[in-house]
Design a protein around this ligand. Structure first.
Ligand SMILES: N[C@@H](CCC(=O)N[C@@H](CS)C(=O)NCC(=O)O)C(=O)O
Length: 235
C-alpha cells in the first residue's frame, strides 16, 4: 500500500513516540505490600517491560505520601509522566497496549468480571488487616470470615471459564490470566496452598503462570510479606 508523505510522517512520529515511552519505562508506585501491586508487577514482568518501582512503607511513609496521588490511593502506574490509577484500568491498559488482551469486546468484558469479583473480596481482606492493625480483633475476624465465605464463589466462576487451552475464556493467555494468578497466589498465602485442590483447571492456570520464567524468577527474589499483610492467625 502507498502512503502519502504526510501519512508516512505521522506514522513515523507515532512509532518514535511509542519507542520513547517504551524506553523510558514505567514506574509503579505502591506500598511495600503484595495486594493490588502484585498483579501489576506480574504483568510488567510477563510483558518484559522495563519499569522501576517506588515502594512506600504503609506505616511510616504512606500518611506523608497520600496527598501526592490524584485519587489519594495506590497503585499508580506512571506512564509518560502521568499518573494512572485503578488496578484493573492499569492492567487492562498494559494488556491492550502490549498485545496481551482478547480483542473481542464481550470476551474481554466477561474476563474482567473475575478481576472485579476479586476486588470485591479484597475489600474484606483490607478491612480485616486494617482492623487488626488498629487492635479491633472482632472486626478483623468478621471480615476474614467474609473472605472465606466469598472466595469459593469466585473460584467456581473461574473454574467454568478456563478454556481447553488453559486460559480464562481464551485460547491464548491474556492479562487477566496473569492478574488472576497473582491474586490466587495471595489467597494461597492467606488460606493455604491446598486452596485450589477442588478447582483443577484453575490450579493448572495458576501453575502455568507461576511457571513462566519471569514470574518464577520474581517468586524467588520478591520481598517477604510485610507484617501488615501477614495472614498468620487471622483467617
Ligand atoms: N479501586 C482502587 C483501590 C485502591 C486502594 O484502595 N488502594 C489502597 C491500597 S490496596 C490504598 O491506597 N489505601 C490507602 C488509603 O486509603 O489511605 C484500585 O483498584 O486501585
Amino acid at each position: 500500500m502507498q502512503y502519502s508523505s504526510g501519512t508516512r510522517r505521522r506514522l513515523l512520529l507515532v512509532a518514535v513516540s511509542e519507542l520513547v515511552v517504551t524506553n523510558m519505562g514505567y514506574e509503579l508506585q505502591y506500598m511495600d505490600l503484595r495486594a493490588r501491586g502484585e498483579p501489576v508487577r506480574w504483568l510488567l514482568k510477563v510483558l518484559k517491560l522495563p519499569y522501576t518501582e517506588q515502594r512506600i512503607d504503609v506505616f511510616t511513609q504512606w500518611p506523608l505520601r497520600k496527598n501526592d496521588f490524584h485519587f489519594k490511593v495506590t497503585p499508580v502506574l506512571v506512564v509518560d509522566g502521568e499518573q494512572l490509577h485503578q488496578t484493573t484500568v492499569i492492567c487492562r491498559y498494559l494488556g491492550k497496549k502490549h498485545q496481551l488482551a482478547s480483542l473481542d469486546l464481550w470476551t474481554a468484558t466477561r474476563q474482567e468480571e473475575i478481576m472485579e469479583a476479586f476486588h470485591d473480596i479484597s475489600y474484606y481482606v483490607g478491612s480485616a488487616l486494617v482492623a487488626r492493625a488498629l487492635g479491633n480483633e472482632e472486626l478483623a475476624k468478621s471480615n476474614a470470615e467474609k473472605v472465606k465465605e466469598r472466595l469459593p464463589v469466585v473460584l467456581q466462576n473461574i473454574e467454568v471459564r478456563v478454556s481447553e487451552e488453559g486460559w480464562i475464556l481464551s485460547p491464548e493467555k491474556t492479562w487477566v490470566d496473569v492478574a488472576v494468578a497473582a491474586y490466587l497466589d495471595i489467597y494461597r498465602d492467606i488460606l493455604g496452598t491446598t486452596l485450589l485442590e477442588d478447582y483443577p483447571r484453575t490450579k493448572a492456570l495458576f501453575e502455568a503462570v507461576t511457571g513462566l520464567p519471569p514470574i518464577a524468577a520474581w517468586l524467588d527474589v520478591r520481598p517477604p510479606l510485610h507484617k501488615f499483610e501477614d495472614p498468620e492467625g487471622l483467617f
